[in-house]
Design a protein around this ligand. Structure first.
Ligand SMILES: Nc1ncnc2c1ncn2[C@@H]1O[C@H](COP(=O)(O)OP(=O)(O)O)[C@@H](O)[C@H]1O
Length: 368
C-alpha cells in the first residue's frame, strides 16, 4: 500500500479479525531520552484506533540511526515508569536494554514474537521514521514480519513504498531534543522534571543553551563550589548544586525581555541597576519555566548578586559566585574560610563586594 494521504479520524480504524483471540499489542520503540507527552499521545491514538489491548514502550539501548550518546538506560526506563504509572494499558519492555549492542527492531520483533506467541503485534512509528524506514536493518523482511502503523507527528504527508497504516493524531509539537535543552517542559509531568533535577539529567544543557560558553563554565564552577560550601555547612548538597547551576540562567536575557518579568513580580526592583535584574528574573524563571519549585532556591538566586539574604543556602551561592576560581583572582583563603565557617566567609565576601562596588560605582559597573 502506498500512503499518500493522512486519513481523518473517521477512516482510520482497522477492523480487527474477530476469529483472532490473541492479545493485540502495539510496540513503540524509541530512545525516550526522555519520554514526553507526544509519545503518550501516540500510544493513546494507537489504543483507540487500532483497538489494541496494550502498548509496550521499548527503550533502545543504542539507537542505530542516532550518533548521540544516550542517557543511561536505567534512567530512561525509570522515567518511562514514572510517565506510565497511571496508564494501566501501557508498560515498559526492556528487552533492548538487556541486549548488547545496537538495538535493531528486526531482532526485537523476532525475539518478542517467539517469546509471546499469544500476542498480535503492530509496530508504531512517527512519520520521521517512515521517511527513513528504508535505512532500518532488513527493512523489507521487517515489514513482512510485523504490521506497521504510523502517526504524522507534525501533520506532514509522507509517502512510502512500505505497507504502513497511518492513524490519526492531533500533533503534539514536542521532541525529546527540545526537552533536553529545557524547552517545552510543559510537555513532561512535574514528577519527571523532579527526576531530572534529582539525577542531574539534562539540566546542565538547560543552562548551556541559554548563556555564552564562559558564563556556562562559570555556572558549572559555581554549582560545584556552592555544593562544597553547603556540604561543609551540613546543608543539602543537591539543592546547593542546582542553585549554583541556575543562578545566572537569565544573565544573557535582554533587558527588554526581563522588564515584563520584573513588572509582573517585583516592580519595586525596577529601580535597581539592570545588571542585577537577572537575579530577580532568574529566581522566577527557575521556578516557573524550569519547574524547580523550591522557595529556598528561588530566594538564594534572587539575592545572589547583593548578598541580601542570610539564609545559609543563599550565603553559599553568594560566596561561590564571588569566589569562583575561574574569575582569575586569588580567592583561595576566602574559599577556605567559607568551608570552615560559612557565616564568617559570607561577611568577608559581602564586605569586599561592597568595597568593589563602591570603587566602581562611578562607572555604574556591577560585580555580579
Ligand atoms: N511529538 C511526537 N508526536 C508523535 N510521534 C512522536 C513524537 N515524538 C516522537 N515520536 C515518535 O516516537 C518514536 C520514538 O521517538 P524517540 O526517538 O524516543 O523521540 P524523539 O523523536 O522525540 O527524539 C518515534 O517513532 C518518533 O517518530
Amino acid at each position: 500500500m502506498h500512503v499518500d494521504a493522512i486519513p481523518s479520524r473517521s477512516v482510520v480504524s482497522r477492523v480487527p479479525d474477530v476469529a483472532d483471540t490473541r492479545r493485540r499489542v502495539v510496540l513503540l520503540g524509541g530512545s525516550f531520552d526522555p519520554v514526553h507527552a507526544g509519545h503518550l499521545a501516540m500510544a493513546h491514538a494507537a489504543l483507540d484506533q487500532l483497538e489494541a489491548d496494550e502498548v509496550w514502550f521499548i527503550p533502545a539501548r543504542q539507537a542505530p540511526l542516532k550518533s548521540r550518546q544516550l542517557t543511561p538506560g536505567e534512567h530512561r526506563k525509570a522515567m518511562l515508569e514514572i510517565a506510565l504509572k497511571n496508564e494501566p494499558q501501557m508498560r515498559v519492555e526492556t528487552c533492548e536494554l538487556e541486549r548488547e549492542g545496537e538495538s535493531f527492531t528486526i531482532d526485537t520483533v523476532r525475539y518478542l514474537k517467539k517469546q509471546y506467541p499469544d500476542c498480535d503485534f503492530t509496530f508504531l512509528v512517527g512519520n520521521d521514521q517512515v521517511e527513513q524506514f528504508h535505512k532500518w536493518k532488513e527493512a523489507d523482511a521487517l515489514a513482512r514480519l510485523v504490521k506497521f502503523a504510523a502517526v504524522a507527528r507534525d501533520g506532514r504527508n509522507v509517502k512510502t513504498k512500505y505497507p504502513i497504516h497511518f492513524i490519526h493524531m492531533d500533533p503534539v509539537p514536542v521532541s525529546s531534543t527540545e526537552i533536553r535543552t529545557g524547552n517545552r517542559l510543559n510537555y513532561v509531568p512535574q514528577e519527571l522534571l523532579d527526576y531530572f533535577y534529582a539525577n542531574r539529567l539534562y539540566c546542565k544543557d538547560f543552562v548551556k543553551s541559554r548563556v555564552p560558553d564562559r558564563r556556562y563554565m562559570h555556572s558549572l564552577s559555581v554549582a560545584r563550589l556552592t555544593e562544597e560550601f553547603a556540604l561543609a555547612a551540613g546543608l543539602d548538597g543537591q539543592q546547593a548544586w542546582l542553585t549554583g547551576l541556575f543562578h545566572d540562567v537569565c544573565k544573557a536575557m535582554p533587558v527588554d525581555r526581563m522588564r515584563p518579568w520584573l513588572e509582573a513580580v517585583c516592580p519595586e526592583e525596577l529601580t535597581m541597576h539592570p545588571a542585577a535584574w537577572h537575579s530577580y528574573v532568574g529566581a522566577q524563571v527557575t521556578d516557573r519555566v524550569f519547574g524547580i519549585h523550591d522557595p529556598r532556591i528561588s530566594n538564594a538566586i534572587f539575592h545572589h548578586v547583593k548578598g541580601t539574604s542570610d539564609d545559609p543556602l543563599a550565603m553559599c551561592v553568594f560566596c561561590a559566585d564571588k569566589l569562583d576560581p575561574l574569575r582569575g583572582y586569588d580567592s583561595y583563603d576566602l574559599i577556605d574560610l567559607c568551608r570552615r565557617d560559612l557565616k564568617a566567609g559570607f561577611e568577608k565576601c559581602r564586605a569586599s563586594n561592597r568595597e568593589y562596588v563602591d570603587a566602581h560605582r562611578k562607572d555604574a559597573v556591577w560585580t555580579n
